[in-house]
Design a protein around this ligand. Structure first.
Ligand code: ZN
Length: 564
């Protein structure tokens, strides 16, 4: 009897009750004729979440670990915020004529009927914890509630066919107009959501606001297109940008204070067919100086970085796609060697953080101040260390390599997939292989993966498939377990907070130097580096997953797991 009852299995599997307690409940159920669930309910044995799970299971309703990236914005729009809040539910997805709705009380038939009547869809309930649903509601509806009044006002304006006059809105900016309040809540909303960027994208019929949180874009808000130009103009005014210039991309900067904390906002405008797109990068001034120890907590990685950067001259290259944290790593490396007796100069586009004791030069291509011309000027000022934001062209590559060969330590970034690729990229930019071989100290490929939220981190046994994938690799204890975040208030139910770097650090040895001169392929060079102890991105990723820093799913999203 005990083995066949799914409720009993659940209680035992989740280690909620001991077998003797279960037996006691079962005999109680037989004696009183009450169902097991109603006894559990009256005895108050389970937490709300466990009870939701149990009831869902007992009624053949799927239980989901709701996270914000599961939620389809089209589906959310079908249900008014008020209804979602009152019944603690949120639509998750639409499939043909079926709407899947996450609910904390999935058995409530009258609510299911009410949504069906409201939306015209057949409703399939999904069970989720009360907290998870409430979190999802606050992420998807709250910002809208804050700004609802202003948006309503804008929609009214739109219908009254009022022309937007930019000049007028400038003089009005002092007073808190709907536009001013809305821009303010877009920015504070982004900061509260821990976003790294805010994307404000013009499109019809509504302009879209999205936040990039831990590397993923999340829908935040829709604003009537009629308000678009006012909002964009207001941001451009704050950022000291030319509001009349709408055809060319521009950069600007806003100092923003929120809850006694200062933020550096980098504004970039980009002309698109439907209007100007604005991207706001949020830089938290206090957390800009991340130490190398913090970004490379693994001792092996740290020592390799440290050994590279302690060379008196030569070039170190960081590679990886945009958003892989190259700039942060570059700055941490600089911090590591920053001392008053060293003349450190950077050439950047844009200058992202201010560093004490470092001369930072901003590239201004429009007035002829390119990476190459800045570098030529800098070299006359006797620097010891030069940071070049990015090597994009052969001219910059040539100057960088010759500086590295003439007694300077040069740090820069390149766009290549792996560390060995940096070598062939330099050769493709016209640098003779023997020069690459003599100047290059090392190349580092890096990626950022989302870390597992420490507050809701749990373990689970590896599936057979996962066991095969990891093969002989196991974690320190030799156990076949993996980690994941269940989702909690702290991580907005994503199961992730913050990010961790994965580094493929190729140190140029004598052997590799010879291979570069012999123009051997990237694959051969990589294989040799691995033989000499280099850990590839894939290998590093696997050990991060096994140690519980991130999930396998996250690795597949960010790292090319096919290589080697
Ligand atoms: Zn969490």
């Amino acid at each position: 009897m005990i083995e066949t009852n799914p409720i009993v299995e659940f209680l035992l599997e989740e280690s909620i009750l001991e077998i003797q307690d279960v037996e006691r409940l079962l005999s109680q159920s037989q004696q009183t004729g009450k169902s097991l669930i109603s006894i559990i309910r009256t005895e108050d044995i389970l937490s709300g979440d466990q009870l939701t799970k149990l009831i869902a299971m007992d009624n053949c309703i799927e239980f989901i670990n709701l996270s914000s990236d599961m939620i389809d914005q089209m589906a959310v729009r079908l249900v008014p915020a008020e209804m979602a809040r009152r019944y603690n539910l949120i639509p998750v997805k639409i499939e043909k004529n079926v709407l899947f709705v996450a609910m904390s009380s999935p058995l409530n038939l009258s609510v299911r009927d009410a949504i069906a009547a409201k939306t015209g869809y057949k409703i399939v309930p999904l069970a989720a914890t009360e907290e998870a649903v409430a979190q999802a509601i606050s992420l998807h509806f709250n910002l809208e509630a804050v700004t609802k009044q202003d948006i309503v006002q804008m929609r009214l304006k739109q219908s009254s066919d009022m022309k937007v006059r930019v000049k007028k809105s400038i003089s009005d900016t002092v007073a808190a107009t709907p536009t001013v309040r809305l821009v303010d809540s877009i920015i504070t909303g982004g900061i509260n959501a821990r976003a790294s960027d805010i994307h404000i994208e013009p499109q019809l019929p509504d302009m879209r606001v999205r936040y990039r949180v831990d590397g993923i874009l999340v829908e935040a808000l829709e604003i009537p297109a009629s308000a678009q130009s006012e909002i964009i103009s207001h941001i451009k005014i704050l950022a000291d940008m030319d509001i009349s210039e709408k055809r060319l991309p521009q950069d600007g900067h806003i100092c923003f204070t929120h809850q006694n904390k200062e933020y550096d906002l980098r504004i970039a405008s980009l002309p698109a067919t439907s209007g100007e797109k604005i991207v706001i990068r949020i830089l938290d001034n206090t957390s800009a100086f991340t130490s190398l120890r913090k970004i490379a907590p693994d001792k092996n990685d740290f020592n390799k970085f440290k050994a590279l950067v302690e060379n008196p001259y030569g070039i170190i290259l960081l590679t990886g796609p945009t958003g892989s944290g190259k700039t942060t790593t570059l700055y941490s490396l600089l911090q590591e060697i920053n001392s008053p007796d060293r003349n450190i100069v950077t050439v950047e586009d844009p200058v992202e953080y201010r560093l004490d004791g470092v001369t930072q030069v901003q590239v201004k291509s429009d007035i002829g101040l390119t990476f190459a011309s800045c570098l030529r000027n800098i070299l006359r000022q006797d620097p010891d260390v030069i940071l070049i934001g990015e090597i994009r062209d052969s001219e910059t590559a040539e100057i960088a390599i010759s500086a590295a060969q003439t007694g300077h330590l040069v740090l820069s970034t390149l766009h290549t997939n792996d560390a060995a690729g940096a070598i062939s990229r330099l050769v493709n930019l016209g640098i003779p292989p023997f020069q690459v071989a003599s100047a290059l100290l090392g190349a580092v490929a890096q990626r950022l993966v989302r870390a597992i939220c420490p507050k809701c981190k749990t373990t689970y046994p590896m599936s057979e498939k996962e066991k095969t994938f990891f093969g002989s690799d196991t974690n320190e204890q030799g156990l076949d377990i993996l980690h994941k975040g269940q989702g909690c208030e702290f991580c907005r139910n994503t199961g992730h907070t913050g990010r961790v770097g994965i580094y493929e650090i190729l140190t140029v040895s004598q052997g590799i130097r010879e291979m570069i001169v012999e123009e051997r392929s990237s694959d051969e060079i990589r294989a040799c580096a691995v033989e000499q102890g280099m850990k590839t991105l894939k290998m590093q990723g696997i050990s991060k997953a096994l140690s519980g820093a991130t999930t396998l799913k996250e690795l597949y999203r960010v790292v090319d797991m096919r290589e080697n």
